[in-house]
Design a protein around this ligand. Sequence first.
Ligand code: ATP
Ligand code: MG
Length: 401
Amino acid sequence: MSDDVETGAVGGEVVLVRWGEIFLKGDNRGFFERALVDRATRALSRSAGARVVKTHGRLVVWPGEAGARRAVRALERVFGISSVSPARVVARDVAVISAAAVELARAEAPRHARPTFKVESRRSDKRFPTGSMELSRTVGAAVVGALTLPVDVHNPAFTIGVEIGFEHAFVFAEVVPGPGGLPVGVTGRVELLLSGGIDSPVAGWLMMKRGCALGATYFHSFPYTGEKTEDKVARLAAQLAAWQLEPLRLTIVPFTDAQKQLRDLSGDGKLAVVLYRRAMLRVAERIAARAGAAAPATAEALAQVASQTLENLAVIGAAATLPVLRPCLGHDKLETIALAQRIGTYETSIEPYDDCCSLFVPDHPETRAKLATVTNLESRLDITAMTDDLASRAVTRICPP
Ligand code: ATP
Ligand code: MG
């Protein structure tokens, strides 16, 4: 990485990378931008010869042998990126830029029923003698002259972008959205409670989107949940690792004995899930502390199931000393499913699996747990010893992308 230098050849293709919110971060801007460069570089680590260069308000990615298309695919997974454009690299000369714009417009126009267009210009190098407005007008006139396409500045079918860099100019017609958010790692680390379901991988993705690095903890109730379920959770962790752009540590906690004790404690079973969740949070906090994570995260969504009423969430959360992050809280199930499909975890999540918390649970669980009732039940067990024991028997798997 180097600043304000766009070393590379004219005539090739680059990918221009834009970011959004990082701009807002005042004095921390340099830190966020360096993190973005680091993440983009990681995303491209398998592309021989790829280089990431930070210029004024942009990253310029020289894609190396794999080419701009592959680079775009890789960069679509980098949190912090708002959009990318594969762009032609040309000389900083208005006639040359215009010729490239004509070529792009010629290729783009047939894709639209009413191929209206506009040109939008931006100068990273403000010393460039032609102003942005004038540049757009001149390049636009060249396109009109060559192709007789109508200009529509308000609602064009496509836009030709021109950017004046410090050494080269860039011309593009395509803007591909990125995932947005913040580069992974800039806001800290969280410990995701990852089950084999649809929701928790989505919760992990949403935390990563807000700049959190992830570790994950899975509570395994062998033999009620089989080895296949553990394997499935590990594959989900690997899918999240592909978004994190580094291996994800999955901690597997053997939960069966504790679960049976908690089930027996709950008598008729109505409070069983609340007791399980509280036990899970306590253990997840231990693992979070070991991993330097600031908070546990779950995929609980308000009122989605009986254990997720406002009252039950309060009683569950009271077992934790750290804030419990619940990024899916306001989601409808269908929104979570749509996101799972988009991020690529859905197909794995819907493979048949055993949910440990549906074990030993009655049809009508308590929806209004009282903290006093629950703590009173728990006082019959040595909860600290249970937490210590579960944390000490946990095993770790590293799940690479
Ligand atoms: P998911 O699809 O992630 O299972 P859900 O909406 O089905 O979510 P529940 O199964 O009620 O929710 O569980 C609530 C949350 O508790 C989960 O989203 C997950 O974060 C956590 N959780 C549940 N079971 C486990 C488990 N076996 N291991 C780790 N975390 C779990
Ligand atoms: Mg579930």
